[in-house]
Design a protein around this ligand. Sequence first.
Ligand SMILES: NC(=O)c1ccc[n+]([C@@H]2O[C@H](COP(=O)([O-])OP(=O)(O)OC[C@H]3O[C@@H](n4cnc5c(N)ncnc54)[C@H](O)[C@@H]3O)[C@@H](O)[C@H]2O)c1
Length: 453
Amino acid sequence: MNNRITRRDFIATGTAMSGALLLNPLNSLASHANANKKKRVAIVGTGSRALGMWSKDVQETYSDKVEFVGLCDINPGRLEFFKKACGFTCPTFNDFEKMMKDIKPDTLIVTTVDATHHEFIIRGMELGANIITEKPMTTDEEKCEAILQAEKKTGKKVTVTFNYRYSPHRAKLYELLRNDTIGELTSVDFHWYLDTSHGSDYFRRWHRLKEKGGTLWVHKATHHFDLLNWWIESDPAEVYATGALDFYGKNNPFRHTNCRPCPHKDKCNYYYDITKNKQYMDLYVTHEKHDGYLRDGCVWKEDINIYDKMAATIKYMNGVQVSYSLTTYSPYEGYRIAFNGKKGRIDAWIEESHPIEERPYDEIVVNKNFSTREFIQVSQGTSGHGGGDRLLKDKIFGGVTEDPLHQSASVRDGALSILVGIAARKSCETGKPIKLADLTSLELGVKRQFVQS
Ligand SMILES: NC(=O)c1ccc[n+]([C@@H]2O[C@H](COP(=O)([O-])OP(=O)(O)OC[C@H]3O[C@@H](n4cnc5c(N)ncnc54)[C@H](O)[C@@H]3O)[C@@H](O)[C@H]2O)c1
């Protein structure tokens, strides 16, 4: 209670502060200089996501607001390739602690393997940086709690990069739900299909191991659970889930270490020729000698210990219930969702594998009870992840301050989305429903708290 600031306190403090600034022009100058200062940004984890999303493009698009001051990775070859590919001149490090102490960045981007995020988020804040972390924020409830406590203790800020919220189609769904289009929301049906190409890729890479990515309940579904938490505008309360590995991994009669030397390539539908992808050759294959990581790993490897089909029932604090599933070997990629309300239903679907030229817009259907059916067409965004990537970067680096649809995600949002996945994973392992309150110190509410990040 002591930490809560009421609107009256805020106005009083704000007025007192503006008074102080007026009385002291030096303060005002200092604050103006701060606003004009470039963000000094470092990256830990110079892999594919950092290269495609958080480096060269950020430098080129927001050059007046951002400068890259340090790069860190445990693979020295990949690190040097990354620096060159971005055209950066900043120093590189294999030792994270040394980078933070030498460079003292004010912002740290965390794009390492999921299960290591917490190390860099926590230590990064302790060493003075605000954090921009890729999803999932982390992979289990203990690490999640440690991040929440570190943010409180250091007074620094964690932003989780939930790009999915920014796609125009999903934003339109949020608006429709807030505008009472179907009355009180009571349940949601949400089914996500990864196709044989994208889905199988999770089983080739480090993601295939629970100890690295926390299973797809966390690594992948964190996006979907974040969308649900945001659309429903309540905190999740309880999860019951089942899952199995009945397609990839041990389920095939033949296997090898990876695709390049595989003797079965002629008969394997999942053979992947990485030599045709120049970027992956430069980023991964050339540097295998440093860490032994095979980017074209066999999808039939017996060490795969994650689920490839998953289903969950999620109950929310406001009574909404969700029926969710994730499939990883579908002929097409996309999802179907329906929101059921007391006055109607909203249906929406995306087939991402259809080329963008063949679907210039995505549709939403609003069915009102005892009334009409309305078709709404939403134009595609042009950047990655349904148009979300550019809008997210504009928010984080481009100085966009308004957030009318609450698309910006804080540490609380990062935590609640992974906690649904962690609860689902625990439920699969125990056969029991899992309460989120048993996994976190966060106070769970019927009405979702939006914390600016
Ligand atoms: N939001 C999205 O849509 C999206 C898309 C892709 C990836 N991601 C996320 O981005 C992150 C990175 O994924 P990726 O596809 O780039 O993986 P990647 O394997 O290409 O890159 C990970 C990098 O981290 C490095 N690394 C691993 N452990 C490290 C450590 N202890 N210290 C320093 N470096 C370390 C690896 O050497 C590698 O270069 C993941 O958390 C992933 O979930 C998000």
